[in-house]
Design a protein around this ligand. Structure first.
Ligand code: HEC
Length: 210
């Protein structure tokens, strides 16, 4: 039953829009700009440079990930596969970039009126994201909230528990070392941070990228 709830949550999270600066650019900074940092050809150090493309022209086809050269290169359907000479990106990271392209490859997430309303209790984000080896999760609240915080894998398996936490009015943060219950460092992938309080559940998606 518990697992079922988490899966239902995953579906709703899958709907959240990908943010270029905090999610996509950080991947390029970590894995690509060592070579694509601006000495001719494709430069991946900013949104504008990325959209300019490289020697073959555009590498992103907004709305069409599978026909975007950048995806073909990181998946290896067009060789040489990128990152050149290095390990291929993990599937969850490739899926994230594809999702962003299929959403139209926007520079900024479109802000809805709803998300501008001040919220009583919210997970602001985790910094950095993607992260390695640890990340700081920020939670803002207007009132005192007692909650249970934990981490599950993208398939809903519980892997870490922060226990019962008292969130004080203002900004609160939790550090997660990217380790499971037994202190073992986890591998690259998508992990969900979950807070249960009163009769509500909030979740936030984090990417561990090694
Ligand atoms: C070790 C160096 C290196 C790394 C790291 C690297 N690339 Fe490349 N990349 C190259 C070289 C060299 C070329 C040009 C030669 C070619 O097209 O095969 C290239 C070409 C490309 C092209 C084709 C550009 C065009 O216009 O034809 C794309 C797209 C690309 N890389 C994406 C990436 C992405 C995305 C990453 C990070 C995930 C990455 N690369 C990491 C060296 C690298």
């Amino acid at each position: 039953m518990k697992r079922f709830i988490v899966m239902a949550l995953l579906l709703s999270i899958a709907g959240a829009q990908v943010d270029y600066n905090s999610q996509i650019q950080t991947i390029f900074n970590e894995k690509c700009t060592g070579c694509h940092g601006g000495s001719g050809g494709l430069t991946l150090s900013s949104y504008d440079e990325l959209m300019k493309g490289g020697n073959s022209g555009a590498v992103i086809k907004a709305g069409d990930a599978s026909n975007s050269l950048l995806i073909q290169r990181i998946e290896g359907s067009v060789t040489p596969q990128m990152p050149q000479g290095g390990d291929a990106l993990v599937d969850s990271v490739i899926s994230l970039i594809k999702k962003w392209i299929n959403e139209g490859a926007p520079e900024k997430v479109s802000v809805t009126v709803e998300s501008q309303l001040p919220s009583r209790f919210e997970i602001v984000g985790n910094y950095p994201n993607p992260f390695n080896p640890y990340t700081r999760i920020v939670i803002n609240t207007m009132t005192h909230v007692q909650g249970q915080a934990s981490i599950v894998t993208s398939s809903g398996k519980s892997i870490y528990d922060f226990g019962s936490i008292s969130f004080e009015p203002g900004s609160n943060s939790l550090i997660w070392m990217g380790k499971n219950y037994s202190g073992t460092s986890l591998s690259s992938g998508i992990y969900l941070f979950i807070i249960k309080y009163d009769d509500r559940i909030l979740t936030h998606r984090m990417v561990l990228l090694k």
